[in-house]
Design a protein around this ligand. Structure first.
Ligand SMILES: [Ca+2]
Ligand SMILES: [Ca+2]
Length: 87
């Protein structure tokens, strides 16, 4: 954290540190999400896998912005949109 090792942490050093920690968390989170969504473990998330993760209530429990009810609602909305487009 004390980048120039002068025994004190100045604003720049604190900012750098925060950015580093933030990035690390973001990447760790992405890794985790990818691993959860990548059902056939080929290192990539296909649209099918993405939808699976998005709409399967058991798989979205870690996303606080998405509960089962929201997922159901969104799925219905998507289906409606899909049906409406298919005329
Ligand atoms: Ca320093
Ligand atoms: Ca995959």
């Amino acid at each position: 954290m004390d980048a120039d090792e002068n025994g004190e942490v100045d604003e720049d050093e604190l900012q750098q540190w925060m950015r580093y920690v933030e990035n690390r968390f973001v990447f760790e989170d992405t890794d985790e999400k990818l691993a959860q969504m990548d059902l056939d473990k080929n290192g990539m998330v296909s649209i099918r896998e993405f939808n699976e993760a998005k709409y399967n209530p058991e798989r979205i429990y870690q996303d606080p912005s998405m509960n089962a009810a929201t997922a159901m609602y969104q799925k219905k909305k998507d289906i409606r949109r899909f049906n409406a487009a298919d005329m």
